[in-house]
Write a protein that binds this ligand. Structure first.
Ligand code: ASP
Ligand code: MG
Length: 428
């Protein structure tokens, strides 16, 4: 049986109208292909952010009820639009999820691991959205089934950033394969999974693209389509850049490079499982579903050829010099990298000279303070905040000049294909 995977993010289901639109896209793809379809749906709108504030220990007790009431009301208002009959089955299903969520957030936090509590609370965003969407698709006459993805995707016990066990997950796909008969739709969650010990885990924020890729890999799916609010893969984030160009074709290796440099459109882990099984990834717009979008796949080069830009704001440039004015050598670097690894700080750019070593990391108040204190034991440390790291693939000098627009370049690095410049951030 041919299988397709489609993924709908939070923005594509953030209101009753959005859900109606999403359902019309499902009906449309149903009319275009008889493949069995797995539909991965994220939590509605900003629900995950709201739930993060409700985790025991995070939330002030007096704030719990009003915050929970907001989450409940948000979903109910969508429900009331989509299901006119108060007797619809969905109201009972949703009420049960609200009750479970309430008891999780009222649980005592003392002595319990934050990451574990996190996973026990945030999963309700995806359970609520997939329940509502699957019931709505059924109401619209689409032959559809709801699946708890935790029955399939198995991970280790690293809560909040769990690693998928592909082999174990692969052993759980039998029922799903049987359900995916011709033209059948299975609606399920992204982002959440189940650990070997049976507890719920999550795969990291924005993880449901990755879930879609994992399911595609496990099911040998024909394709993955991610439905977004942009017209495909743009050469820059339209938040920072006007005159974006749509890139129609992106080789897997290019997509991995872009994710590495921080392009927000692709979750870094998503591409690898797809590349391993030669599954194409389509990025299409849920606003203009009739248009073609972009494809990541087995291409030689990007098409059209255009510079690609990645903007990373809120960077900190840290420079360290040995206190005794000795050279920067391997033993110093070892100390520096050990600290960075311990604090789980990812280096976005680095530069070495005889007497100093500089690197750039994302700003995080707590971690930065700790890093600097530790490094100051052995080094003279200087740092600059509010920097912006701009990465340009397929650059020309003209392109760099126009992006920098007279700002002073603090660090610059070029390879044959990629240029990176660190400049002071413009106020926004
Ligand atoms: N709902 C989760 C989040 O907002 C996962 C996802 O949407 O990809 O991070
Ligand atoms: Mg989301």
């Amino acid at each position: 049986m041919e299988i397709e995977v489609h993924k709908f993010g939070g923005a594509s289901v953030n209101s009753a109208m959005a859900v109606e639109n999403m359902a019309s896209i499902v009906a449309r793809v149903q009319s275009q292909s008889r493949a069995g379809k797995v539909i991965v749906v994220s939590a509605m709108g900003k629900t995950t952010n709201a739930l993060e504030r409700l985790i025991p220990g995070v939330c002030e007790p007096e704030m719990r009820e009003p915050l929970l009431a907001d989450v409940i009301e948000y979903h109910l208002q969508i429900l009331r639009h989509l299901f006119r009959s108060p007797k619809a089955l969905v109201y009972g299903l949703i009420k049960k999820l609200f009750d479970e969520l309430r008891s999780e957030i009222m649980a005592p936090a003392e002595g319990r691991d934050y990451n574990l509590l996190y996973d026990r609370v945030v999963l309700y965003g995806e359970l609520l959205s997939t329940t509502i969407v699957s019931q709505y698709l059924m109401q619209q006459g689409i032959d559809c089934k709801w699946l708890d993805v935790r029955e399939v995707i198995t991970t280790n016990e690293q809560h909040r950033a769990a690693l998928v066990d592909m082999e174990a997950s692969g052993r759980n796909t039998k029922q799903l394969r049987t359900d995916l008969t011709e033209g059948k739709v299975v609606v399920t969650q992204g982002f959440i999974a189940s650990a070997h010990d049976g507890s719920t885990t999550t795969l990291g924020r924005e993880g449901s693209d990755y879930s879609a890729a994992v399911l595609a890999y496990l099911l040998d799916s024909k394709s993955v389509t991610i439905w977004k609010d942009v017209e495909g893969f743009l050469n820059a984030d339209p938040k920072y850049f006007h005159n974006t160009v749509k890139v129609r074709q992106i080789p897997y290796s290019e997509a991995i490079e872009l994710a590495y440099y921080g392009a927000s459109i692709i979750h870094p882990k998503t591409v690898k499982p797809l590349q391993n099984k030669h599954i194409p990834l389509y990025i299409r717009s849920f606003v203009t579903p009739e248009r073609e979008g972009s494809a990541v796949g087995e291409f030689d080069k990007i098409e059209p050829q255009t510079p690609l830009y990645i903007f990373k704001r809120n960077q900190v440039l840290v420079s360290v010099m040995p206190k005794d004015f000795s050279f920067i050598a391997e033993d110093n670097l070892e100390v520096i990298f050990a600290e960075l690894a311990r604090l789980n700080l990812k280096v976005n750019l680095m530069q070495n000279s005889a007497l100093s070593f500089s690197f750039c990391v994302d700003y995080n108040e707590v971690l930065l303070k700790e890093l600097i204190e530790r490094l100051q034991e052995r080094f003279v440390v200087k740092y600059n905040q509010e920097m912006e790291l701009i990465t340009i693939r397929y650059y020309t000098q003209e392109v760099i000049d126009s992006i920098v627009e007279g700002r002073e370049i603090v660090v610059e690095q070029r390879s044959r294909i990629t240029a990176q410049v660190l400049v002071a951030q413009w106020c926004s």
